[in-house]
Every structure is written in structure tokens, then in C-alpha cells.
Write a protein that binds this ligand. Structure first.
Ligand code: CA
Length: 421
């Protein structure tokens, strides 16, 4: 039985809903009644079936293939370009504003959100993870290297990143298995330890999705980069610190990172985030000309991380996307300056988003200062890192002048490691 009553007019979302009329994000869903994944948007407590809308000819003025919304990913829809995807948003918004549309539109196309099973919304060909928060990079530099020289000389010169693993990106709600792996020998020169990671961590990040492909050899200038960014998601770059610490020299992150990354199911368009543009931190020294930009390129998006168990919910971090030192256009301009091509559906994650205060650090590594300052939990237990059975929930929203645009959740429950053979 559905807990949401069947309305007889289009229900208004609450003022705290992530999915106001100003949002209209895109996702892929199915239901038990119709298990075929298909495209949708969200409004308040409802999912709106775009495939049915198309079937009812609500997009006939836009002239795009009828099967675009009948697919299990949004890649072909996104590839239609922002003019079309924007027109789809506007058509949904117009109908939602028109109460006469209830009978011909909402009544047929809306499904209570609790009946929707959300899927990974895009086929991700490539995934890159940046390292663009100066507070995070400084904290990690202090913890792992030298507090006097926490930032390496290249850090303020370019957005540092690494190529991640696309195959293990999962949608919110998918359980995450504690990984097995090697970690540093207990004695220098000894045999490495092997077993379940003891230092499992989250990384609070946001990702952007590429909306327009380029050819090999083509550079994306920083001032054109926004044309190539379709929208954003919440992103948890799960990290096994003990595996990472032993393997990362000399070539960087590998098995300590690629066992899972969790993303939120809704892609929020850059158009919906337009009212929330802000200036980023001052970049000093000045960047090279190919990274120079004008205007407001950061976004004021409140972010938080909750550890959920059967007994409690503990908010362990409150941060904001606006703290990012390197912005998305700079990341994309840098990524392509050597001619590296990008494809629709590629994922580019920000790196851990930490602020200046201790409660705004975006990982347990920083929050517990490498385990030396455990976080008290409401049930009297402590967390240095993430325990089996913990669910890590990331949430994010932008809010200004009565307009709220949110991302929903990126949540994952940690399961115990597989038994070793
Ligand atoms: Ca990361």
C-alpha cells in the first residue's frame, strides 16, 4: 500500500523539498509494476515519468526520437543538447504550474516517490577525480607528509586529479562491501598485512556530468567549459585509507579507491543551479592564462554527511561546494589542454570538499585527525573510521530567496568484508 494519498490536484511540494518547481532534475527509475528502467524527473514527493509524457505528446513540439526516454540511461537524452533538455524542463514546469493539467498530465505521469526504484542514471565511460579543495589538500598534506609544506608546489598551479574507475560507481542505496587488501607491514621491510580494510572512509564530493562530447585533440577553453557541463550529483568517493597509504606511492590512488563510489540518482542541471553562483576563493599566485576565467564560477551548495545506524543518526560534517579552490570550468579546461577528449556521460568528481572549520571536514580521516580524535556518537560509541553496518548518507541543497534546489541523497550501507578463502 502506498503511504502517499492519491491527490485530486497537483500537490505543492513542501518548502523544504529538494524537488521544487525550480529544480526538475533528471533520473532513471522503474517500479514493481513496470520494471523497465525509464527516464523521469522529480517534483515534491513524486516521480514524473517522462516516457509516458512523451507518449502523451507533451514534447511533440521538440521533435526528438520517441525512444530517448525509454532507455535505461540518460546519455542519448543528454546528447540532444542543452536547448532540448532545457525545453523539456520548461515544459514540465509549465504543466506543473497549470492546475488544469492535473487530469491530462499529472494523473497519468506521476508516481509516488516511495514506489520508485532509482537506477544509475547514466552510462559512465570515464571517471576522473580531482583534488580541488585547498582545505582538504592541506589537511591531507599535514597528516601524511609535512605540516610545514602541506601543499606540494604544483597544487596551486593546476587542478590535480587522477583517472578513477567507472565500473564500480553505484547508485545511492547500493550496499558497499568492505574491501580486502594489502596494507603497510607492521615493521619496516616486513611482509604486508592482508585482510579487510580497517580504515574505511567516505569522501564528501560532488560530480559533474559531461553533456557534449569532444574529438581527440580538441581543447575546451575555460570560458566555453560550461557549455560542456550538463549537471551535477552528490558523490561519495569511498576510500580505504590503509590500502591507499601502502599503495599510493609512486603512481597514486588505485585499489584503495576503486572498490566503490556512490552517486545520487538525480542529475541537477546547471540551469537549475544558476541562481546560486558565487565567487570562489582568491587564487594566488595567479593561474596560467589557459586557466584564467571571469565571472562567478563557484556555487553555494550546502552539503552534509550523516552516519546512520539502527540506533542513531549523527551529522558528522557540514560543508559547502563554494569552498572549492579550483572550479569546474578550470578542471575541464585543464583536463583537455593536452587534447584529451571527453564524452557525454563522463563523470568528473571534485575531490573531498572540506571547509576551514573542523566540523566542515569532508572525510573521517580529517574529522578524526587520522583516528587521533574519535568522534563521539549519540549511543556512546566512537567513530575513527566507518564501521560495518553504518550507512553513510550525503545530502546537498542550494537555497536562496525562497528558491530551493536539492540533490536528494547519496547513501550507502557498509557490509562486512567477504570471508577470505
Ligand atoms: Ca576523492
Amino acid at each position: 500500500m502506498s503511504a502517499t494519498p492519491v491527490p485530486d490536484s497537483i500537490p505543492q511540494p513542501s518548502s523544504k523539498s529538494d524537488f521544487s518547481i525550480h529544480n526538475i532534475p533528471f533520473g532513471i527509475f522503474s517500479t514493481r509494476q513496470d520494471p523497465t528502467p525509464r527516464a523521469c524527473t522529480a517534483y515534491g514527493d513524486y516521480v514524473i515519468d517522462l516516457k509516458i509524457m512523451h507518449g502523451l505528446a507533451f514534447f511533440k513540439h521538440l521533435d526528438f526520437p520517441v525512444d530517448v526516454f525509454a532507455q535505461a540511461t540518460l546519455n542519448d537524452f543528454i546528447a540532444l543538447g542543452k536547448e532540448t533538455t532545457s525545453a523539456v524542463r520548461h515544459q514540465v514546469q509549465n504543466l506543473l504550474k497549470d492546475d488544469r493539467a492535473f487530469g491530462i498530465f499529472f494523473n497519468y505521469c506521476a508516481v509516488p516517490m516511495e514506489e520508485a526504484i532509482m537506477h544509475l542514471p547514466i552510462k559512465i565511460g570515464d571517471y576522473t577525480d580531482f583534488y580541488s579543495s585547498i582545505e582538504h589538500a592541506t589537511n591531507v598534506g599535514c597528516l601524511f607528509r609535512d605540516p610545514e609544506n602541506a601543499l606540494l608546489p604544483n597544487w596551486k598551479r593546476m587542478p590535480i586529479g587522477y583517472h578513477g574507475r567507472a565500473s564500480s560507481i553505484v547508485v545511492s542505496g547500493t550496499p558497499v562491501r568492505r574491501p580486502l587488501g594489502q596494507s603497510r607491514p607492521l615493521e619496516e621491510g616486513g611482509t604486508p598485512q592482508f585482510g579487510p580494510s580497517k580504515l574505511l572512509d567516505f569522501e564528501l564530493e560532488m560530480g559533474f556530468v559531461i553533456g557534449q562530447s569532444t574529438k581527440l585533440g580538441q581543447r575546451i577553453p575555460v570560458e566555453q567549459a560550461e557549455d560542456y557541463i550538463f549537471g551535477m550529483v552528490l558523490f561519495n568517493d569511498w576510500s580505504a585509507r590503509d590500502i591507499q597509504g601502502w599503495e599510493y606511492v609512486p603512481l597514486g590512488p588505485f585499489l584503495g579507491k576503486n572498490f566503490a563510489s556512490t552517486m545520487s540518482p538525480w542529475i541537477v542541471t546547471m540551469e537549475a543551479l544558476e541562481p546560486f553562483r558565487v565567487d570562489g576563493p582568491e587564487q594566488d599566485p595567479p593561474v596560467l592564462p589557459y586557466l584564467a576565467f571571469s565571472g562567478k564560477k563557484n556555487y553555494d551548495i550546502h552539503l552534509e554527511v550523516v552516519i546512520h545506524t539502527d540506533d542513531f543518526d549523527a551529522t558528522v560534517c557540514q560543508s559547502n561546494f563554494k569552498y572549492m579552490y579550483w572550479n569546474m570550468p578550470q578542471q575541464l579546461a585543464h583536463h583537455t589542454v593536452n587534447g584529451c577528449n571527453v564524452n557525454v556521460g563522463d563523470m568528473y568528481a571534485s575531490g573531498t570538499i572540506s571547509g576551514k572549520t573542523k566540523t566542515s571536514y569532508g572525510s573521517m580521516l580529517e574529522l578524526s585527525w587520522r583516528g587521533t580524535h574519535p568522534l563521539p556518537m549519540p549511543d556512546g560509541s566512537e567513530r575513527r573510521f566507518i564501521h560495518d553496518g553504518d550507512t553513510v548518507i550525503m545530502r546537498g541543497y542550494a537555497e536562496k530567496d525562497g528558491i530551493r534546489v536539492g540533490f536528494g541523497e547519496a547513501a550507502g550501507k557498509v557490509l562486512p568484508a567477504e570471508e577470505m578463502a
